[in-house]
Write a protein that binds this ligand. Structure first.
Ligand code: SRM
Ligand code: SF4
Length: 569
């Protein structure tokens, strides 16, 4: 456990916050600034709210001696990305009214609003509450939105796994009434101190914590990148339990070898009724053993590295009160989402809609995502599922309604298949809202996918499948370090290029070239794609080819992510 004297400043803020109240109520009514108090910027995260400023306007505001153009990002919490059509309409309406850029679907199956000004935070959260949704624990040092494979080809298993994801999300939600008091004008408890957080304790976790449920063979949630993962084991069509994984994570800092992305270890097998106990044991072990002095080394992945896996597993088993059974064999075919129509075993249909970087907006000369989805929501009898790759599934379309939904998709330009390359690509938000971005990601992705698509076509491989991801910095919000090709921002239009991830998200990639221009990235990819076109083995994926042909060394474990490159190019 961390020495109390060396606790990080955020630990102090959490301690003083009185279970996440801080001085948020005072900050919200302070008319002098569009910001909230410094400490409250940490506390607000636990309520799903980030203070940001428009980085495109920062320099100009500074020149005019104005405070930065402060506004807030609000993130929803929707276990498994699920909402009803009515909730979708409510989210859309709130996005239209209060957010500067409407609704955006995230890489963890939630929605975000950007550009909400301080004075409208409360009505926005109240609107979310009226839609029976919330933003509690969407950010902060707690368990975040619980992910769950959203494409229910095996519908009965899917329903069970989804229900467990929802139950675990509820189980790990902070119990403090701060959210209700501050945002929903709930009654303040003035009597004896609340017994608040049975799982988290007074200072919550040392760092953010992420959980995902996956149903093989589609590794859509990139389960090995989660702090805690549950891999569904299905025998003869029935769910028998889960392999439990722990210690995945993507975030790192350029050049700092103490930080690294890491794939989770498998702890063992549990039955469905053991899921909550196993999760509680993992979370409380991280609560008690995680590093509270250095936030860069505080994620569960570092706790496991420092304790050692056997000691960590033993600690978890003691806390959960049973030993893990041996893990079962699992097989993942691919990462990413299943797009287009798919019929489930119970005869209903699901349409996986590709939404570039999750931005639900109408394109001037193209697909009308916002209007089309509003029209579909007005008639759709099933659900919407936000996916782990920023897309949306129109789920549970009855056979008799399929033609109508298909008609609306076509009428709004949403039915056309996109290129496989664009469909497999993902970028984080980055500029202009993200305070940590060093380069564009979302705004750069269309240019990159067009260029790389053209390269594959030029070398005789049109419609190539590839997992390609871009982030504006090495925090890894689009899970770039499991992609076959990743560009991670270093400076405007300059990126680190990573190669060698596996197409099903089960191998980390490795740095190939540091801080190179976009033009140089494309030159390098041109040469590699030419070589791949000529020398690949039958069915060999690009990431595997890069390793077999000696372009890049395989990253076999997080701590050797930074080891030097074997470079035959
Ligand atoms: Fe993230 C911080 C956006 C998924 C790792 N992430 C941020 C912040 C809040 C920047 C900040 O701290 O000021 C970004 C806000 C940008 C903006 O303007 O919206 C941000 N992260 C996102 C989203 C919206 C990216 C997207 O394009 O969809 C994703 C929201 C998911 C959600 O609904 O909860 C998002 N972030 C992720 C993921 C992917 C995942 O969870 O599956 C990761 C990598 C997995 C992991 O956590 O290891 C991720 N975000 C980070 C980190 C690095 C954490 C670390 O261990 O070092 C940070 C920075 C931090 O925490 O200090 C970060
Ligand atoms: Fe921001 Fe970096 Fe996350 Fe992209 S990866 S959203 S730039 S923190």
């Amino acid at each position: 456990m961390a020495d109390k004297d060396t606790l990080s400043p955020v630990e102090g803020i959490k301690t003083r916050s009185r279970h996440l109240r801080g001085t948020l109520e005072e900050s919200l009514v302070d008319p002098v600034t569009g910001a909230i108090a410094d400490d409250d910027t940490q506390v607000s995260k636990f309520h799903g709210i980030y203070q940001q400023d428009d980085r495109d306007r920062r320099a100009e505001r500074q020149r005019q001696k104005l405070e930065p153009a402060y506004s807030f990002m609000i993130r929803g919490r929707l276990p498994g990305g699920r909402c009803t059509p009515e909730q979708w309409l409510a989210i859309e309406a709130l996005g239209e009214q209060y957010a500067s850029t409407g609704v955006r679907i995230t890489t963890r199956q939630a929605f975000q609003f950007h550009g909400v000004v301080k004075g409208t935070l409360k009505p926005t959260i109240q609107g979310i509450d009226q839609a029976l949704l919330d933003t509690i624990a969407a950010c902060g040092d707690v368990n975040r939105n619980v992910m769950c494979s959203p494409n229910p080809a095996l519908s009965s298993v899917h329903r069970e796994v989804d229900a467990l994801a929802g139950a675990l999300s509820a189980h790990l939600t902070p119990q403090t009434r701060a959210y209700h008091e501050i945002w929903l004008d709930g009654e303040k408890l003035t009597d004896a101190p609340e017994v608040v957080e049975p799982i988290y304790g007074d200072t919550y976790l040392p760092r953010k914590f992420k959980t995902g449920f996956v149903i093989p063979p589609q590794n859509d949630v990139d389960v090995y990148t989660q702090d805690l993962g549950f891999i569904a084991i299905v025998e003869q069509g029935a769910l028998i339990g889960f392999n439990v994984t722990a210690g995945g994570g993507m975030g790192s800092t350029h050049g700092d070898k103490k930080t690294f992305p890491r794939l989770a270890d498998t702890l063992g097998f549990v039955t469905p009724d053991q899921v909550l106990d196993a999760a509680t044991a993992v979370v409380t072990t991280q609560r008690d053993f995680g590093n509270r002095s250095d936030r860069k080394n505080a994620r569960l992945k570092y706790t496991i590295e420092s304790m050692g896996l056997p000691a960590f597993r033993e600690q978890v088993e003691t806390r959960q009160g049973f030993a893990f059974a041996p893990a079962r064999e699992v097989q993942f075919n691919e990462s990413g989402d299943h797009l287009g129509w798919v019929e489930a075993e119970d005869g209903v249909w699901h349409f996986g809609l590709f939404i570039p970087s999750g931005r639900v907006r109408d394109h001037a000369q193209g697909p009308q995502y916002q209007t089309g989805l509003i029209e579909i929501a007005k008639v759709h009898q099933g659900e919407f599922r936000m996916t782990p790759n920023q897309n949306l599934i129109i789920a549970g379309v009855r056979v008799e309604d399929k033609a109508r939904v298909a008609g609306l998709l076509a009428a709004h330009g949403l039915a056309q298949p996109t290129s496989s390359l664009a469909a497999g690509a993902m970028a984080c938000v980055a500029l202009p809202t993200c305070a940590l971005a060093m380069a564009d990601a979302e705004r750069f992705l269309p240019e990159l996918t067009d260029e790389v698509s053209a390269l594959f076509t030029r070398h005789g491989l049109p419609d190539q499948n590839l997992s390609m991801r871009v982030t504006g910095c090495p925090n890894g919000c689009a899970r770039p370090f499991v992609a076959e090709v990743a560009l991670v921002g270093k400076a405007p239009r300059h990126y680190n290029l990573y190669l060698g991830g596996r197409h099903n998200g089960t191998r980390l990639n490795k740095l190939y070239r540091e801080n190179i221009s976009v033009e140089r990235v494309l030159e390098i990819l041109d040469g590699l794609i030419a070589s791949y076109a000529n020398n690949r083995r039958e069915g060999e994926a690009f990431g595997d080819f890069c390793i077999r042909s000696g372009v890049i060394a395989e990253t076999t474990a997080g701590p050797n992510f930074h080891d030097s490159v074997s470079d035959a190019a």
